[in-house]
Design a protein around this ligand. Sequence first.
Ligand code: UTP
Length: 297
Amino acid sequence: MKKKVTKAIFPVAGLGTRFLPATKSVPKEIMTLVDRPLIQYAIDEARAAGIKEFIFVTSRGKGALEDYFDEAPQLEQTLRKAGKKELLDTLQSTNMESGAIAYIRQHKALGLGHAVWCARRLISNEPFAVILPDDVIAGQTPCLQQMVEAYAENPGCMVAAMEVPQQAASSYGILDVKEDMGSLVSVNGMVEKPDADKAPSNLAVIGRYILTPDVLRNLNKKKSGAGGEIQLTDAIADEIVEDRPVYGYRFEGERFDCGSKSGFLQATVAFGLNRPELRDDLMGYLSSVVDTRKAAE
Ligand code: UTP
């Protein structure tokens, strides 16, 4: 299958328990890195990769996410009247075309594979992308764009891959590598959250995927995997069994796990330091706070 990837699924129906109590009322994807919610980084990345249709798999309590994509005419008018052109441009850059976004509900958090399956009726016989907004990837060329370019040469399923230390393997889906071709690896199998000593490689799956509609058919089986959840990696691994190609793509860029507190804090610092208007202040604060802590220890 060699078609253009124009649709992306954003599974955002998870419970976000690692950020409780905040996620009692604020969807994880609305939490901000500096001044942009996580979801905006994901949307910008998808747009850069040529995505035209954005499918959100949501759940109870995610209303703020849907509101975020509404236009804000009153606010725009106030900014226009006040001559705040820069802020107005920032605000308008987040506006989405009418009809470009669809929301589908996952009635119960049964796993990432199940969330993707919930969007099956909005995907016809075409490849599609999946973006997990809590994996934020900073890089010169946005990660999904790199993958779409690689996909044009290597159709099949493709997952973003990153090297991780062996002891971290049990937190990821891990690739069993058939052939290492540099940025691209072909895959023999995928294991979700293996014990560190049983991990088939140090290449972990990160939250960007380009998938064929066959994966949705595999998800029809609704097979539970690791943690009792319906795993997306299992449905992708089923493709290998069917002798269809699955690739890992070693992207260029730095990935932050914003689904964890530590990753979120690191991303906040890194994105803050990348802003010219914040850099000096933040750098000064960070070095003084580190010096003071060290002196006190
Ligand atoms: P996580 O594993 O980070 O789970 O999901 P979570 O519920 O969001 O957060 P914690 O672990 O409780 O803190 C990875 C991605 O898959 C989505 C999540 O929204 C997130 O984008 N997901 C997960 C669903 O949409 N539905 C599910 O049933 C599970």
